[in-house]
Design a protein around this ligand. Structure first.
Ligand code: ATP
Ligand code: MG
Length: 438
């Protein structure tokens, strides 16, 4: 493995400090502390990846990843507040209170089949680390995905090291895979989602050769663990560029490999209604992120799965199920089928079913049951969801109005709004008693 690497080392283009805009003022104090400590101990010390890219773009990086030639054990010896994680590829986490700076040793080994994410990198217990797992910066760079993500900022002289033409691509707003695109996607299909994500987030164009396989290779996403796809979906849809991500995933026909039932609904007879709900919701999500409000995977999945759930629930009602029973069973089935594509952890799945069940309970505007709906922990989310459904014409404006008013009313007066008429209540009971074999 890796035997050719020593014979034709490539040299980077080095962009000196006066020729770029990255200033230490925009790098976090903790990241700088780590960078300098490594450098002062005689190691190479770089910021790599999204941090460099975002600084070049004048954006605020989400975090700063550090790359070094110090081995993980050596990194640990330098920092008191340091923990090593991962088994095969060990990463150092330097803790500053809640802030964690990740330090990775340059890698030479090819990445795991399952991807690059250390959480998923596994090896048998006690496996001996081979020498060639770690390498130099000129091994490390070729394992990175896009040229824009393959830039290194050197703290020794504040220059940028560019092996891949990344600076120019960043300046031109281009996402370009390093190496042969189809092969790189096959190595790790999540890179297809990353291409879309960065293009959506940064407003970049996907370069032609990098783009072409996206139309063809979506199928490969089926082999990616559903939990890893869940993580990736959070980044696609809950970081402020959901609408654009969705449109691009549909454009490349990748969405159906993530949410097959939702994709089917979008293509079906009620496609326009489903699409309106999805687009309004994603727009709403993006607005919330922009305003610094919270967003949850529960709501996102509810939006994507609602079309199939409500269709199946209608079918079950036609077959004789009571509305609530039909809804719960439909939600259960659709959620279960979704798990093998993009899985939803239970802590989000349970409130998702509540949101769906509450859509049924919203139909009832009478009595104590209606009042109890207001106290449900998922009321607010379910109410927002109903409003979005009303926008796509699925729910009546009157019903939305009723729940809006009830909520805003002073609790003393709510009773009068929902109190049932006595006569009516009795009438409703009688036929129920007569029902045979209920
Ligand atoms: P973000 O702003 O979302 O954090 P990022 O570019 O920093 O963007 P990360 O997922 O944090 O993305 O990964 C850090 C770096 O690790 C990337 O910039 C890239 O160089 C490399 N990397 C991450 N995932 C992969 C992958 N699947 N294949 C190859 N390289 C990857
Ligand atoms: Mg990052």
């Amino acid at each position: 493995m890796n035997d050719s690497a020593d014979t034709d080392r490539e040299v980077p283009v080095i962009i000196p400090r006066p020729e770029h805009n990255i200033s230490r003022a925009n790098i976090s104090k903790n990241a700088l502390k780590v960078l300098y400590r490594l450098k002062d101990a005689g190691y190479q010390s770089f910021i790599v990846g999204g941090g460099v890219r975002d600084l070049l773009l004048g954006r605020e990086p989400k975090d700063f990843d550090i790359a070094t030639d110090a081995h993980p054990e050596e990194v640990r010896r330098l920092f008191r507040n340091c923990r090593l994680i991962g088994r095969r590829f060990r990463l150092a986490h330097v803790h500053f209170g809640r802030d964690i700076i990740e330090v990775a040793t340059f890698r030479a080994a090819p990445i795991d089949q399952v991807g690059d994410d250390h959480d998923h990198a596994t090896s048998e217990e006690g496996r001996i680390l081979r020498d060639n797992i770690y390498g130099g910066i000129d091994d490390d760079v070729w394992r990175r995905d896009f040229t824009a993500n393959g830039l290194y900022y050197n703290v020794a002289d504040f220059s940028i090291w560019d092996y891949v033409g990344g600076v120019e691509d960043v300046r031109n707003g281009v996402m370009r895979l390093i190496g042969e695109p189809a092969a790189r996607y096959r190595e790790d299909p999540v890179r297809m989602l990353r291409a879309v994500r960065f293009a959506a987030k940064l407003g970049f164009r996907i370069e032609t050769a990098t783009e072409a396989p996206l139309f063809e290779l979506g199928e490969l996403l089926r082999d990616v663990p559903a939990a890893r796809l869940f993580d990736e979906c959070l980044k696609l849809f809950l970081s402020g560029h959901a609408l654009q991500s969705f449109e691009m995933l549909r454009h490349y026909d990748m969405f159906r490999h993530l949410f097959p039932s939702a994709d089917g609904e979008l293509e079906g007879l009620d496609g326009e209604t489903v699409r309106t709900l999805v687009l309004n919701s994603l727009e709403n999500t993006d607005r919330r992120v922009a305003e610094g409000k919270t967003v949850t995977p529960t709501f996102l999945f509810a939006v994507f799965l609602w079309g199939s759930v409500s269709r199946l629930a209608a079918k079950l009602r036609d077959a004789g199920d009571a509305p609530m029973q039909a809804m719960l069973e439909a939600a259960d089935t659709v959620l279960r089928n979704q798990q093998s594509h993009v899985s939803i952890p239970r802590r989000y799945g349970v409130p998702l079913k509540d949101i769906m069940a509450l859509q049924v309970r919203f139909k009832n505007q009478h009595g104590r049951r209606a009042l109890r709906v207001l106290e449900h922990p998922s009321f607010r989310a379910a109410y927002d969801f109903m409003r979005l459904r009303a926008l796509s014409g699925e729910e009546s404006a009157e019903n939305v109005e009723f729940w809006t008013q009830l909520q805003e009313m002073d609790p003393e007066h709510r009773r009068s709004k929902v109190e049932p008429v006595r006569g009516r209540r009795r009438k409703r009971r009688r036929p129920r008693r007569k029902k045979p074999n209920a």
